[in-house]
Ligand binder design. Structure first.
Ligand SMILES: NC(=O)c1ccc[n+]([C@@H]2O[C@H](COP(=O)([O-])OP(=O)(O)OC[C@H]3O[C@@H](n4cnc5c(N)ncnc54)[C@H](OP(=O)(O)O)[C@@H]3O)[C@@H](O)[C@H]2O)c1
Length: 276
C-alpha cells in the first residue's frame, strides 16, 4: 500500500474551486471542492502546479517516488502525498485507489536521461524515458479515468514538451518519448470525444528545475550551463498555464499550450548574453 501524508487542509487555506461554470459536476464532495492529482509533485513543475492549484482552491494530491521530499512539498501547501512510481503498474493502481475522487489529473512525471547520439544510445536510459514519459501517462490515465469520468467534468493535462514537436542532436530518446506522449494525448482526446473529460497538453521550452540535473546524472556544472546567459521559464510559469486551462468553463477544451522563454525560439535556438 502507498503511504499517504499531508498537512492540515483547512477550508480557510484556499478559496473554494467549484465546477467552473456552475453546471452539475456529477458526484462530488459535500463541499463541492474539486480535487487535482499531480504526478511528479516532489519538485519542479509538479510541485509548482500543486501549489498553484491549491491556491486556486483545489484539494491537491501529489504523487512521486521520493516520499520524504513529496511530504515536505505537500505539507507546505496543505496537500496529500502518496508514493507513486509511474513506471510500475502496481504502484499506479495502489496510488489511484488511495487518491480517491479526482476532477483534474496532471500527468507531469517524467524527464530526460542523457544526451547521447542515436549511434551510441543507452538501452536503459531510452527504456526509462519511454516508461516514464509515455507508458506512465497512459498508466496513470487508465487508472484514474473512471474516477475522472464519474465526477462529470474531468480534465486530463499532460505536460509534454517542445521536444514533442522538434528534434535536436543528442535528444533522440527524449524527443521520441515526448513525440509519443503527444500521440497518446491526441489519441486520448479522440477517444474521449462525447464523454465529460477534457484533454490538454502543455508544452514548455526551457524551464529551470531539476530536469537538467537529472538528465546529466547530478552534474551541477553541466546542468547550470544549460541556463547560462539566458532567462529560462520558472516552474510557476508552467503551473500558470495549467491553472488557466483547468479553470476554463467546462465546455471549453484548451487543446495545447506551447510556452517558451522570451530568450528561446526552439530547442537549439537560445539567445544568450555574454557574461558581464
Ligand atoms: N524543465 C524543462 O525544461 C522541461 C521542459 C519541457 C517539459 N518538461 C517536462 O516537465 C515534466 C516535469 O519535469 P521538471 O522540469 O519539473 O523536472 P524535475 O524537477 O526533475 O521533476 C520531475 C518530477 O517527476 C517525478 N518523477 C520522475 N520519475 C518518476 C516516476 N517514475 N514516477 C513518479 N514520479 C516520477 C520526480 O519525482 P521523484 O524523483 O521523487 O519520483 C519529480 O517530481 C517532465 O515530464 C518533463 O519532461 C520539462
Amino acid at each position: 500500500m502507498p503511504e499517504a501524508a499531508g498537512g492540515p487542509r483547512s477550508p480557510r487555506d484556499a478559496p473554494r474551486n467549484l465546477d467552473p461554470d456552475g453546471r452539475s459536476g456529477g458526484e462530488r464532495g459535500s463541499s463541492g471542492v474539486r480535487t487535482a492529482v499531480v504526478t511528479g509533485g516532489s519538485s519542479g513543475i509538479g510541485a509548482a502546479t500543486g501549489q498553484r492549484l491549491r491556491a486556486e482552491g483545489f484539494e491537491v494530491v501529489l504523487g512521486a517516488r521520493r516520499l520524504g521530499r513529496l511530504r515536505e512539498v505537500a505539507r507546505a501547501i496543505g496537500a496529500r502525498a502518496i508514493e507513486l512510481d509511474v513506471t510500475d503498474p502496481a504502484s499506479v493502481d495502489a496510488f489511484a485507489e488511495a487518491a480517491g475522487p479526482v476532477d483534474v489529473l496532471v500527468n507531469n512525471a517524467g524527464g530526460a536521461l542523457g544526451l547521447e547520439e542515436v549511434s551510441a544510445f543507452d538501452e536503459a536510459k531510452w527504456r526509462w524515458m519511454w516508461e516514464a514519459n509515455v507508458a506512465g501517462v497512459a498508466r496513470v490515465t487508465r487508472a484514474l479515468l473512471p474516477a475522472l469520468e464519474a465526477r462529470g467534468n474531468g480534465h486530463i493535462v499532460v505536460i509534454g514538451s517542445i521536444a514533442g514537436e522538434h528534434t535536436y542532436p543528442g535528444g533522440g530518446g527524449y524527443t521520441a518519448a515526448k513525440h509519443a506522449a503527444r500521440a497518446v494525448t491526441e489519441t486520448l482526446r479522440l477517444e474521449l470525444l462525447g464523454r465529460p473529460v477534457r484533454v490538454t497538453e502543455v508544452d514548455p521550452g526551457m524551464v529551470e528545475t531539476e530536469f537538467s540535473l537529472v538528465r546529466f546524472d547530478g552534474d551541477q556544472a553541466r546542468a547550470a550551463a544549460v541556463y547560462e546567459g539566458m532567462t529560462p521559464l520558472e516552474a510557476a510559469d508552467v503551473a500558470d498555464c495549467v491553472a488557466w486551462a483547468v479553470t476554463r468553463p467546462a465546455h471549453v477544451n484548451v487543446d495545447r499550450i506551447v510556452v517558451m522563454p522570451r530568450d528561446q525560439a526552439g530547442p537549439g535556438l537560445v539567445a544568450r548574453r555574454p557574461p558581464s
